[in-house]
Write a protein that binds this ligand. Sequence first.
Ligand code: SF4
Ligand code: SF4
Length: 407
Amino acid sequence: MNRREFIKTSAAILALSALGGCKKEEIAKAAKRGTMTYREFPGIGAKISLLGYGLMRMPKTGNGPEIDKEKGFALIDEALKGGVNYFDTAWFYHDGLSETFAGEALSRHPRDSYYLASKLPMRLLESGEQAEEIFNKQLEKCKVDYFDFYLLHNLNGPLWEKTLKNGAVDFAMTLKGKGKIKRLGFSFHGENKDFPKILDYTKWDFVQIQANYYDWDTFSKEQYEEAAKRGIPVVVMEPLRGGELAKLRPDAREVLEKAEPGSTPAKWAFRYIAEKENVLTVLSGMTQMEHLKENLTTFSPLEPLSDEEEKTLAAALKTYKEAGIVPCTACRYCTPCPVGVAIPDIFKIYNDYRRGVRISQTKKAYEALGSDAMATSCVECGACLKKCPQSIEIPKELKRIHKEIEG
Ligand code: SF4
Ligand code: SF4
């Protein structure tokens, strides 16, 4: 049995365990289209859908953070119907509105039909008392008595030093002892050198890292392996780098299209990362129903890439990387800029240009932001640099982009 067959069969068995049987004919049936792949790990004590729902990019009613509830509810219902049972929200998502939405949408379903994850906003946190206040508010917003999964949000080296002083880990452990948190983890957006010491500090049930085929060799692989060798399952975030890997560029897309006509870049990206055996779930921030439906198909069941397909994906990545696209995931952690520079919007306009949008159209979109929001307003204060999890040299990139578009 080759690796592909092995993983495919394992996925089928895991999918089957959700159905409560494991005869050969049932395994074959479970591997058919329409059956979500699930993962189980000894310490997790739950069957988790390999496709998880990230609630940071829900459909909006306008340009603000407000979520379109009607569309959002329909997405959540469809996801549950398709077998997704892991939902991930956070204090910061949608400027504080994501948890409220999660509560409203999910409380229409039985509490045992979904696993809910939320996060303690470490950037904000100064003391244990504040942590308690935030946590209670989160339970209230999410309309739950406990969180199935709870994370210290967005740790990195400097934030970890602060975390050691503000008592957040002890606070979370106490809540776990009381059953208010079922599984404790952290999400990480830092340098690899700081990762092992956080992993070793306490008994984490899981960890959330950024992983995709673009970042794999740069930092994701090392983090994944550090977690795997400690037996800590991994929740994958940014499998599409904020949607960038779903778009790619026409020339890179062509490489994939040739190898598998009719497939999509997103499907390739999911298949690459989700097949890794220490992955518990892969979070996708699905804004549109067609994306959700496509992803449900991709994960029902998940079919790993063959060695040949991995080579094809590497070739597409090479083409894509040569295009000079800014690796912005549109997370908006860098906002608001104190002088109003529209950082993620500028990067989006530029990346669309590198993907083939005409320069005249690009210039128009860039100038439509208004002079205050354009790159020339940047005073190089450096505030955004500390917040960007992708370590983008924002002021430098802004200067370069302005020159390229206006030049
Ligand atoms: S460095 Fe420039 S873009 Fe970044 S926060 Fe400061 S002014 Fe805004
Ligand atoms: S520049 Fe960095 S922090 Fe800002 S949206 Fe992009 S990835 Fe996020």
